[in-house]
Write a protein that binds this ligand. Structure first.
Ligand SMILES: [Zn+2]
Length: 68
C-alpha cells in the first residue's frame, strides 16, 4: 500500500504533506499544508530536494508509515 503522504521541499526544508500531488508536481509558490502543521511555499528546484528533512514531518511520516 502506498503511503498517504509524500515529501515536498519548501521554505528551506523537506517537509511531508498529505495533499495529493498533481500530475507533474506542485508548481512553485503553491502553498501546501505539511505534517508538522505548517504551510510551506513549494520549491521544486533541484537544490531544494537536497535540503534537510523536517524533523517533525519525519516523525509523523514514520508513524503514518507504521515505522516507529
Ligand atoms: Zn515539516
Amino acid at each position: 500500500m502506498p503511503h498517504p503522504f509524500h515529501w515536498q521541499p519548501g521554505d528551506g526544508l523537506r517537509h511531508a504533506t498529505l495533499q495529493s500531488r498533481p500530475r507533474g508536481g506542485f508548481t512553485d509558490e503553491t502553498r501546501v499544508n505539511t505534517l508538522c502543521g505548517t504551510s510551506i511555499k513549494v520549491d521544486d528546484s533541484e537544490h531544494a530536494w537536497l535540503w534537510n528533512t523536517c524533523r517533525e514531518c519525519n516523525k509523523v511520516a514514520h508513524v503514518l508509515a507504521g515505522i516507529q
